[in-house]
Design a protein around this ligand. Structure first.
Ligand SMILES: Cc1cc2nc3c(=O)[nH]c(=O)nc-3n(C[C@H](O)[C@H](O)[C@H](O)COP(=O)(O)OP(=O)(O)OC[C@H]3O[C@@H](n4cnc5c(N)ncnc54)[C@H](O)[C@@H]3O)c2cc1C
Length: 379
């Protein structure tokens, strides 16, 4: 039987699951030094970085359960290098720094966060079009070499091999980081903001008011709250994913666009871009299309069923880059939004950037690339 829902929850212990629903409806600290609104990977990573930096007391609030948004449905790939062909250097640098930070956090967390080191192969007809300056960890393999590394692949294609990338169960990582936070309230939504002069004085929530020293909004798309004057264009792009039942068909690493190997011999496939589809429901025809192309690439999977299928929405700004900024016009409020395809990867570096910004009261170098005002006509 196929479960409709991400596989990630099924991989958690009961303790980790409990962390995702921590302190439901209870605000432990109504006067925190820093309030973080949003309990996806960005919010939790920011709260964690602020806490680790010793910037005072931190309270995080999340409207649902931790990971209820895009985070709980992501693929969880931590692969900065393939983006050098599609994204500006500033962006890829943030991702590279973030992967290093994930590795550091993996070492630090008791029992680890579940980071899995893996290589990445991108299949392609020919090497033309690859980056002119390829880093050392990138290698072009012809079709014979690919066939030797990926036995059972029906396609006669070469590919780019990139070593030392990674993946993570986003909910396990979230639970691991959230466990170390002093004050997390799930089931608590921010509803309005009271601004006096250039400062957020109060945040109204479904469980009472909070008067923070500083506030960070990490709500996926930019927050829509009474009293907060924000005009940042954004939308969201739906994606479908599936996981197969355990199979003897093995992949040595992520093989794009085919699949990523998971625990127990399962394969994770999909990551569609279903533009214009706003329904929260899984569409069977999209799942059928994903499994059909997976079986076409790996005919050995013909009798293997789908164990999990799901969809989720990527928050996106028009240029597909995130916003990481102080809220325009406010001295004690920050926001991050629109992490689109790489929010799991970007989270630790974004958390560090915001923690440093709060601490030093000045933007980090290159902050202009992530500005909230870059979409305005005047800008
Ligand atoms: C199919 C798919 C595959 C993906 N694969 C990858 C991948 O391989 N690697 C990668 O790095 N990224 C991937 N992503 C992208 C990644 O999932 C997102 O960029 C990331 O999860 C965004 O995290 P976030 O914390 O900003 O948003 P979210 O996870 O959406 O969290 C925002 C949270 O804020 C809460 N919230 C909103 N408003 C309020 C309020 N008023 N009060 C309190 N709480 C509030 C919401 O309930 C939500 O839980 C993928 C996404 C999709 C859809």
């Amino acid at each position: 039987m196929t479960v409709t829902g991400a596989i990630w929850r099924a991989q958690l212990t009961s303790e980790q699951l409990a962390v995702l629903g921590r302190d439901a409806g209870t605000i432990a600290n109504a006067r925190p030094d820093v309030l973080v609104v949003g309990g996806g990977i960005l919010g939790v990573a920011i709260a964690s970085a602020v806490h680790d930096a010793g910037l005072g007391s931190v309270q995080l609030i999340e409207a649902g359960r931790l990971g209820a948004g895009a985070t709980g449905g992501a693929t969880g790939l931590l692969i900065p290098e393939p983006h050098q062909w599609s994204d500006p250097e500033t962006f890829v640098d943030l991702e590279r720094a973030s992967l290093e930070r994930w590795r550091y956090l993996e070492q630090l967390a008791p029992g680890g966060l579940g980071l899995v080191e893996l290589d990445w192969i991108g299949l392609a007809p020919e090497p033309a079009g690859l980056a002119a300056h390829q880093p050392k960890n990138i290698e072009w393999l012809d079709a014979t070499k690919i066939a030797a590394i990926v036995p059972g692949l029906a396609w006669h294609l070469g590919g780019t091999l990139i070593r030392h990338q990674a993946r993570i169960n986003p909910l396990r990582a979230l639970a691991g980081l959230a466990e170390g936070l002093p004050a997390v309230a799930t089931g608590v939504a921010a509803t309005a903001v009271v601004v006096r002069g250039d400062r957020v004085e109060r945040v109204d929530t479904s469980a009472g008011d909070i008067s923070p020293g500083a506030v960070v909004f990490a709500t996926g798309q930019p927050p829509v709250l009474d009293g907060l004057d924000l005009d940042i264009p954004s939308d969201r792009v739906k994606g479908h994913l599936l996981v197969t039942e355990p199979t003897p068909v093995r992949l040595p690493c992520t093989v794009a666009p085919v699949a990523t190997p998971l625990e127990d011999g399962r394969l994770l496939a999909g990551g569609t871009f279903d533009y214009g589809d706003e329904s929260p429901a899984v569409r069977e025809e999209v799942i059928d299309m994903i499994i059909a192309s997976l079986r076409a690439a790996l005919p050995g999977l013909s009798g293997v069923g789908v164990s999990h299928q799901w969809c989720c929405f990527r928050p996106r700004h028009p240029d597909r880059r995130p916003v990481i900024d102080r809220v325009p016009g406010l001295a004690n409020a920050w926001l991050t939004s629109g992490h689109f395809r790489t929010g799991i990867l970007n989270a630790p570096a974004t958390g560090m950037a915001i923690a440093r910004w709060i601490s030093a009261d000045k933007p980090p170098p290159k902050a202009i690339a992530w500005s909230a005002t870059r979409f305005s006509r005047a800008h």
